[in-house]
Design a protein around this ligand. Structure first.
Ligand SMILES: [Zn+2]
Length: 527
């Protein structure tokens, strides 16, 4: 009757399957042979904040209000970016289950800061500040956690994540060991629903994709830790419990870059306030290209270190998507405010109200007709308008064109590059080698689940309806996904769940109250 939801940011079969074939992940192998395996399709676009929020709520971005790491509101100097750490609307599965009297544990799930009062324990995940902030509900749990696991951390320092300082792999492994210690602590609690998320796969795959693809590096230790964490869950399950493993998106290697903001600039869609800023970027871009051509990376690193010290490299950092380019908003008609697409293989183009539908269609057609001069592949594999975000209270007010690239290509937003197309240098520090892919990982295992079969791709929106149905909880009308029925031999909600619910208890109290007063007879029907 209980459910364990095991989440791993960015987990992909491209890494899992070869490691399983080598016998390195016995617990994942057990899920494959004794449970159900499938692809979990991400949100459009496949980026962490909306994807995890849709897994948690069963709702589309227009209903939960999370589109990216930032939200953009009109300001005096163009749009203002505000960081997003929590959904704006809609109930998460832990809210629904709390209302039904279920005991829930939510540990390290992204976009859960500040922590919410629930019937159980919540430890905020990615996008929360560090452990010096209040990151748990109840607040007292934080003290106990830090006593038991003093080095617990929510995520790596961003400079480590993007490879600027430190040993990324060692740091991810250390963080994951602390996470597993936290998991052991929470597994001692009572729970009906337990949602645990790991973040390390995304961090390693962004920076170490090429090394990982050799399947003989020390990064493998991280995946073995994940397998250990999964093993702890399997050991804790009772025969009528259900385990679901999900990732918010998949991953792929990306060697080619297409500078899409620069493409918009050259097409006259956007204008800089100060052209010298763009020219400075152009100079840096030219130096980079020359260095790569002449294979002078070592010398270059020294030069760039000096430039960075002088502040000129500020605009070059690839991991500061909040920063909007310094645009002339009186002449800019289309722009890409977020550079998340550089890490996730997409671009979300915003349009000014003056742009006609015909012009948007023309831009879409132009982008869709672009081919990589190196290999002839189409740049764009999917193009969507703002309706891809769904319908709801938080639907975007402006018009959008969201384009997704195919395999091997990503869409950085820096301006001033001399070439629109570029090939990534081999594992340059600070340069991502892996980017998100729309197809993530799904496993189901346990009560009523089929054995050793693959199912058709499911969607992040399908997680909540499937789990609620398994727990015998009726589905809220607003849910957008469907139950993953083909994963189960039989999916029969147990009626006891309904009897347990707070709602039903309240109804029963009301019934007896009314009956006592002799005013009416109210019958409670189970649903
Ligand atoms: Zn990522």
């Amino acid at each position: 009757m209980r459910v364990f939801l095991f989440g791993v940011d960015g987990l992909t079969f491209r890494v899992l399957h070869p490691l399983m074939e080598r016998g390195l992940l016995p617990n994942f192998q057990r899920l494959q042979s004794e449970g159900v395996e499938g692809i979990l399709k991400s949100t459009t676009p496949p980026v962490t904040p909306p994807a995890w929020t849709s897994i948690s709520t069963g709702l589309s971005p227009a209903r939960h209000g999370v589109y990216d790491f930032w939200t953009y509101k009109p300001g005096d100097q163009g749009p203002d970016a505000t960081i997003v750490t929590h959904r704006q609307g809609g109930k998460a599965i832990w809210n629904i289950l709390s209302e039904w009297g279920k005991r829930v544990i939510v540990a390290n799930v992204p976009m859960t800061y500040p922590p919410e009062p629930i019937n159980g324990i919540m430890l905020s995940g990615y996008m929360a500040p560090d452990m010096s902030a209040h990151v748990t509900y109840p607040a007292s749990f934080q003290e106990g956690l830090l006593e038991a696991v003093p080095e617990y951390q929510i995520d790596l320092h961003p400079a480590i994540s993007c490879g600027q300082i430190g040993d990324l792999t060692a740091e991810v492994i250390h963080m994951t060991k602390q996470r597993i210690a936290m998991q052991r602590l929470l597994l001692k609690e009572n729970w009906d629903f337990f949602f645990l998320a790991h973040m390390g796969a995304d961090r390693i795959q962004h920076m170490r994709w090429d090394e990982l693809m050799t399947f003989s590096t020390r990064e493998i230790e991280y995946y073995q830790l994940l397998d250990e964490s999964l093993g702890l869950v399997l050991a804790a399950l009772a025969p009528d419990d259900l385990l679901m493993v999900v990732s918010d998106h998949g991953f792929q290697g990306a060697r080619r870059k297409f500078y899409i903001q620069e493409y918009l600039y050259r097409g006259g869609w956007l204008r800089m306030k100060n052209e010298s800023v763009r020219q400075r970027a152009e100079i840096i871009g030219t130096i980079r290209t020359a260095i790569r051509t002449l294979k002078l990376q070592k010398l270059a690193r020294r030069v760039f270190r000096q430039l960075r010290r002088k502040g000129i490299m500020e605009m070059e950092k690839e991991h500061h998507p909040a920063r909007l380019p310094d645009l002339d908003w009186t002449k800019t008609r289309a722009w890409i405010p977020s550079s998340s697409g550089a890490l996730a293989g997409y671009a979300d183009i915003f349009f000014d109200a003056s742009v006609s539908e015909e012009e948007i269609q023309q831009l879409q057609d132009d982008l869709c007709s672009l081919r990589d001069p190196d290999n002839g592949q189409s740049l764009v594999t999917e193009a969507h308008r703002e309706d891809a975000y769904g319908q709801g209270a938080f639907a975007p007010k402006e018009r959008h064109l969201i384009v997704q690239t195919g395999e091997n290509t990503t869409l950085p937003t820096e301006l001033g590059r001399r070439l629109l197309w570029e090939t990534r240098g081999t594992n340059g520090r600070g340069v991502s080698s892996g980017v998100h892919h729309p197809e993530g990982v799904l496993y189901l295992y346990g009560a009523g689940v089929k054995h050793g079969v693959s199912i058709a791709p499911a969607h992040v929106y399908d997680v909540v309806p499937t789990l609620l149905t398994h727990m015998g909880v009726s589905l809220p009308d607003e849910l957008e996904g469907t139950v993953m029925a083909d994963a189960f031999e039989q999916l029969v909600p147990l009626p006891t769940a309904v009897q347990d619910s707070i709602v039903m208890q309240k109804l029963k109290k009301l019934t007896s109250h009314i009956t006592e007063q002799g005013k009416a007879e109210v019958s409670v029907t189970e649903h």
